[in-house]
Design a protein around this ligand. Sequence first.
Ligand code: URA
Ligand code: SF4
Length: 188
Amino acid sequence: MLDWDTLYAECMSCQKCGLAETRTNVVFGEGPRDAEVMFIGEGPGEQEDKTGRPFVGRAGKFLDDMLAMIDLDRSKVFIGNMVKCRPPQNRDPLNTEQEACIGYLRNQVALLKPKIIVCLGRISAIKLIRDDYKITKEHGQWVEKAGIQMTAIYHPSALLRDPRKRPETFEDLKELQSKIRDLCTDTY
Ligand code: URA
Ligand code: SF4
């Protein structure tokens, strides 16, 4: 396992998959190094690729609003992605790309030791929770893996596309809020 700074440096110059060729910036993810809650999306979009920061485009603004509904500020949580470089035209990251990249995320998890991981959308839920995960049926359910409480909610982009999914996501967020109150310390 690498320490945070070494891991960061390694990611910044990573060439382990084809996405290295088309990226502008590697999006390492951001948040406090003792964050108790991690949100994991799919992969950087255009704005993220341009800025090197996760969830700063339209979906990111919506994620901020979702967090605000449960009195969470993005500065208190870690926000990252399954792959750290932008897939061209925002296509889903290939399994080979996710496999190439996931070691970095695992290293980040090992260093942060979060209490809670929230998968944003099906891509990260399938990779991190179960490979036959059904987001429409299972969003908001909780499982424990290696001592970490894990759940998945709809991706903010899906909620932007389909407002009908918002009420159930609000319920999921309320559950998340109560989990945080149960498990996390006074930073929340
Ligand atoms: N969508 C994602 O999955 N991740 C981002 O960082 C931005 C948009
Ligand atoms: Fe490396 Fe991940 Fe970027 Fe692929 S997506 S080049 S594995 S950092």
